[in-house]
Design a protein around this ligand. Structure first.
Ligand code: ZN
Length: 298
């Protein structure tokens, strides 16, 4: 079967991603990590395989989910029931990835309102980072096209500005929801033009995804974890209006998130935590210390 133009272009983007990204080994990965996710399921879609690999290395992972997930199907299920189900699904999914309930923090903010709570999310995350000695923050990339995701990116940025010793892994989720990974050919001229614009922006953003985690056996754990998000992956209420992730994804959006690699835009810490600590703990130089004069002069 011959490939369509769209499929060929998607394959070219994939080849470019693989060429431009460097695989991370165990030594690179083993740092205490906090995964900041907008909704229950983003932790799995965006970096579930990486979480599983980190846990296999014995590295501590804390998962923080900002929204309560109560809006995904509120037209078909009472909000309280949906919220409770999504809570339970999140814990079960994190369990599959090797993260226990005590390392899953739910901020419980109403779905769809995260942009009104950026400062509160940043405060909660900064406190956890300090308390738990976190070295790496995983958060959505800037170009996420969904307001809640963009808000969580902004909260993550605010944390990094305060705590310069953090390494940052930005992960794409809705970033991939562009042509050629979705195909709006059926939607008319305006949708196609928008798709072309978004696609161009994504193409420009691709070069930032410069590291990848090869999932290996952790991929199966990621798939198990995603299956635990039942309200998102299967029709739990017998109604054709109950949308699942597969329905949202016209094309190969979901497939991209479940492939053999997870891609990240990595920013190294602005300064090294140990250097900072050593500097803080060093005895203060005396004013007559000749070293001090030299330091002032430089
Ligand atoms: Zn989300």
């Amino acid at each position: 079967m011959s490939l369509t133009w769209r499929e060929r272009w998607a394959a070219r983007l994939d080849a470019r991603l693989l060429r431009a990204s460097r695989p991370l080994g165990d030594a690179d990965l083993a740092r205490r990590t906090l995964v900041l996710a907008p909704h229950p399921d983003d932790e799995t879609l965006g970096c579930g395989g990486t979480i599983a690999r980190l846990r296999a290395l014995g590295t501590q992972v804390t998962v923080v989910v900002a929204a309560d997930g109560s809006r995904s199907h509120r037209h078909l299920m009472p909000v309280d029931e949906l919220r409770a189900r999504r809570d339970a699904e999140l814990l079960a999914a994190c369990g599959e990835l090797g993260v226990g309930a005590s390392d899953v923090v739910r901020l419980g903010i109403e779905d769809g309102t995260l942009r009104e709570h950026v400062a509160a999310i940043a405060d909660a995350v900064a406190t956890l980072v300090r308390e738990r000695g976190i070295e790496r923050l995983c958060m959505p990339v800037a170009a996420e096209r969904i307001a809640d995701h963009v808000a969580v990116h902004a909260a993550g940025r605010a944390v990094v500005q305060r705590l310069a010793a953090l390494q940052v892994f930005e992960y794409p989720v809705w970033f991939w929801h562009v042509w050629p990974f979705v195909h709006p050919e059926a939607y008319g001229v305006r949708a196609r033009l928008r798709a072309a614009r978004e696609s161009l922006a994504a193409w420009r953003g691709l070069h930032r995804l410069d590291r990848r985690v090869e999932l290996g056996p952790a991929r199966a754990l990621k798939l198990n974890a995603l299956a635990r998000h039942e309200t998102q992956t299967r029709r739990v209420v017998d109604d054709p209006r109950w949308a699942t992730l597969s329905d949202v994804a016209e094309g190969s959006w979901l497939a991209r998130l479940l492939g053999p690699n997870e891609f990240f835009a990595v920013t190294e810490p602005r300064f090294d935590a140990q250097t900072a600590q050593a500097r803080d703990e060093a005895p203060a130089p005396r004013p007559d210390d000749p070293d001090m004069v030299r330091r002032r002069a430089t």
